[in-house]
Design a protein around this ligand. Structure first.
Ligand code: NAD
Ligand code: DAU
Length: 362
């Protein structure tokens, strides 16, 4: 029988996947309970991504209110304890993290703090609040990067040994181990998912796809790391969130599920398709954008290839991807063209300074 929850804590709900998750919960999942979004609003968090949800389900909904926002750091134990008690939290969808590999290379400490200590704090508060209950669930959203780097063939499965290579992936691997340790040692009901590269609306424009789209629109150079032949497996964010929800509802406690797009692309080939899509949307010739491509120094420790075998979630839970890459990219390009304000606001703070400091000489 499927699990049901009343008060679902979504951490990192103001970020890219989190804000899409909250929209998915209200609009497509059939979930009838309350969503409590706990987010520290770092450079990557933006409540404008949820303005419509706030209007329809937040304070604007009066006594039928089902959406709540709490500005708090997941490392702040007292704040997390208060939220658990005040809202009688019975499920957690844990997304809050430092998420960008390049930033983890330039400044790993924040990644250890949030991804390791923050996950530990949430787990420990959940254990104390739930005290052996089995009608609760802690779901941890993780990444395929914990498995390291593939050669030309093969896929990551749920039994692939962990082999993280960047401070980001090492911190996520560490958090995955803590989640499983809390299950095995204390009996905390947990599920875990490891997903490949997401794309879609509301993605912070430091990640490959939105960065390239915006640079094209602004006539800036398109920086391709190394030889451009690194491979990623791309999944549309809503397909990822549907998978997470199916794991939360029906996944077996203590189990890990891999999620992916079954959609591998060399970065440079992906960029060609993206250029075509932006050219179609703007009516400009693709050659205007192609001339902006610049090969730049490679990312240190750049993993060569990621590819996910997601047969477990497909067979066990009946999940499948609903978006093909061409239409997903078209929607993403259109969204970026239509949301200039959102982009300007999210880029106006710390991001600008970070780019200037770390990329000034590239
Ligand atoms: P994001 O960077 O867009 O958003 C992260 C959110 O977490 C932001 O809203 C930020 O304010 C919040 N946050 C950061 N530190 C916090 C703290 N200490 N306390 C509370 N909130 C904090 O990230 P994303 O791309 O949406 O990724 C979400 C999760 O999914 C992460 O755990 C990431 O590892 C995982 N993941 C991402 C991808 C991907 O392709 N983006 C793929 C697989 C897994
Ligand atoms: O695989 C899942 C992971 O995907 C998530 O866990 C991470 O949170 C998410 O950021 C993403 O990590 P990547 O490092 O794969 O994503 P990014 O968009 O930074 O880079 C994708 C590929 O494009 C990678 O091979 C590096 C390359 N790249 C990236 C940027 C930003 C470039 O060539 N140029 C760029 O400017």
């Amino acid at each position: 029988m499927s699990r049901t929850f009343k008060n679902l804590l979504v951490t990192g709900g103001a970020g890219f996947i989190g804000s899409n998750m909250i929209r998915y919960l209200f609009e497509r999942s059939g979930f009838e309970g309350r969503v409590i979004n706990l987010d520290a609003l770092t450079y990557a968090g933006n409540l404008e991504s949820l303005a419509e949800i706030e209007d329809r389900f937040g304070a604007g909904a009066g006594s039928g209110r089902r959406y709540f926002f709490e500005k708090a750091d997941i490392c702040d134990r007292a704040a997390v304890e208060r939220v658990f008690a005040e809202y009688a939290i019975d499920a957690v969808c844990h997304l809050a993290a430092e998420s960008h590999v390049d930033r983890s290379i330039h400044g790993p400490e924040a990644f250890i703090r949030t991804n390791v200590m923050g996950t530990f704090t949430l787990l420990d508060v959940a254990r104390n609040a739930w005290r052996g209950r089995d009608d609760v669930l802690f779901h941890h959203v993780s990444t395929d990067e914990v498995f390291g780097s593939l050669g030309d063939t093969g896929y990551f499965t749920e039994t692939t040994p962990y082999d993280p290579r960047s401070p980001y992936s090492a911190s996520k691997a560490s958090s995955d181990h803590l989640v499983m340790a809390y299950h095995h040692t204390y009996g905390l009901p947990v599920t875990l998912s490891n997903c490949s590269n997401n794309y879609g609306p509301y993605q912070f424009p430091e990640k490959l796809i939105p960065l390239m789209v915006l640079n094209m629109l602004e006539g800036k150079s398109l920086p391709v790391y190394g030889d451009g032949k690194n491979i990623r497996d791309w999944v549309y964010v809503e397909d990822h969130n549907a998978a997470v929800w199916s794991v939360m509802r029906n996944g077996r406690s203590g189990q890990t599920y891999n999620i992916g797009g079954e959609n591998e692309w060399e970065n440079i080939k992906l960029l060609s398709v993206l250029i075509e899509k932006v050219a179609e949307a703007t009516g400009k010739p693709a050659s205007d954008y192609e001339k902006l491509i610049h090969y730049v120094a490679d990312r240190p420790g750049h993993d060569r290839r990621y590819a996910i075998d997601c047969s477990k979630i497909k067979t066990e839970l009946g999940w499948k991807q609903d978006h093909d890459f061409a239409s997903g990219l078209e929607k993403t390009v259109a969204w970026n063209l239509e949301h200039k304000d959102w982009i300007d606001h999210i880029r106006s703070g710390d991001y600008k300074q970070w780019v200037e400091k770390n990329y000034a000489k590239r």
